[in-house]
Design a protein around this ligand. Structure first.
Ligand code: ZN
Length: 245
C-alpha cells in the first residue's frame, strides 16, 4: 500500500459519477494534488465535511493506479467565522480559485501556501476589507514570480511620478515605455499600490477610503485577469457581495 499523508486547503471539488468527487488540494508543500473522495456527495458521508471548499485538513490518500483515493480525512480548521459571513466566504472562495488556477502540480510554492494561510487567519479575526484582499492578490502574484513594481518604470528604471500599467513589463512604466493599450495610473494610486505590496495585512486593515479601495480593485482585477488569462469567475462573484454591503 502506498499511503501518503498531506495537509492542505481544499480548493476545488468536481462531481464524479453519482456520489464521488475529484478533489483539488493545495498542500503545505506548495503543490496542487488531486484525489477521489468516494461517496463524499452522499448526505451521510463521513468525509463530506472534510472536503468542502476552504477546509484546512489532513488527508491520507492511497496512490495506486489512476487518481489517488482518499482513505481518511481530518479537519484541522473549518474557518467557520468565514462561512457565516457572505463577504469573507467570497474572499476565501476567490483565494482558493487563485490556487486552483495558478498553482501547478509539482510547484513547491511553499511561500504561496504561507501567504494563503496568513490571509485566511486574518479573515477569521478581522472584518473583510477589500484593500487587504487586493494586497493578498498582489502578494500572491509576487510569490509566484510576478512581482510588480510601482515606484520606477519597469522597463527603463526611471523614477515614476505617474505612469501606465503594463503587466508583461512588470508593473508601471513611463510615458516613453508605455504600450498601446496601457491604462494610465496616477501618483496617488502608484503610492497605494506600493503600500499594498509592502505592508502587512494588519497594517493595511481599515486605513483606506472606499474610493481608494475601488481604484485598487480595478487595477488588481486587471492584473489577475492577465495572470489567469481571464479564467477567474470569483471576481464577478465579488462584485455581487460588495454591492450588498
Ligand atoms: Zn520607461
Amino acid at each position: 500500500m502506498r499511503l501518503q499523508k498531506v495537509t492542505g486547503f481544499i480548493v476545488y471539488g468536481f462531481p464524479l459519477g453519482e456520489a464521488d468527487q475529484i478533489i483539488s488540494c493545495f498542500t503545505s508543500s506548495g503543490n496542487l494534488i488531486k484525489f477521489v473522495a468516494k461517496g463524499s456527495r452522499k448526505v451521510k458521508s463521513k468525509s463530506a465535511a472534510a472536503v468542502q471548499l476552504f477546509i484546512l485538513g489532513e488527508y491520507v490518500i492511497y496512490c495506486g493506479r489512476g487518481l489517488p483515493i482518499l482513505r481518511q480525512a481530518d479537519i484541522i480548521d473549518s474557518f467557520s467565522p468565514l462561512r457565516r459571513d457572505w463577504a469573507k466566504s467570497g474572499a476565501a472562495f476567490a483565494a482558493m480559485e487563485l490556487c486552483r488556477l495558478l498553482i501547478a502540480e509539482e510547484a513547491r510554492e511553499t511561500q504561496v501556501f504561507k501567504l494563503v494561510m496568513t490571509y485566511m487567519l486574518h479573515l477569521k479575526t478581522e472584518e473583510y476589507d477589500p484593500i487587504v484582499f487586493d494586497s493578498f492578490r498582489l502578494k500572491f502574484a509576487a510569490s509566484l514570480g510576478y512581482e510588480m513594481g510601482f515606484s520606477h518604470c519597469a522597463q527603463c528604471g526611471n523614477p515614476l511620478d505617474s505612469g501606465w500599467l503594463h503587466w508583461p513589463a512588470g508593473g508601471a512604466v513611463c510615458s516613453r515605455c508605455q504600450g498601446r493599450n496601457s491604462p494610465p495610473v496616477n501618483k496617488e494610486n502608484l503610492i497605494l499600490l506600493q503600500a499594498l505590496s509592502n505592508q502587512s495585512f494588519s497594517q493595511l486593515q481599515e486605513q483606506y477610503s472606499p474610493a481608494q479601495a475601488v481604484a485598487a480593485t480595478k487595477i488588481v482585477d486587471s492584473l489577475i485577469n492577465w495572470l489567469t488569462e481571464g479564467k477567474t469567475k470569483a471576481q464577478a462573484f465579488r462584485s455581487l457581495f460588495e454591492r450588498e454591503r
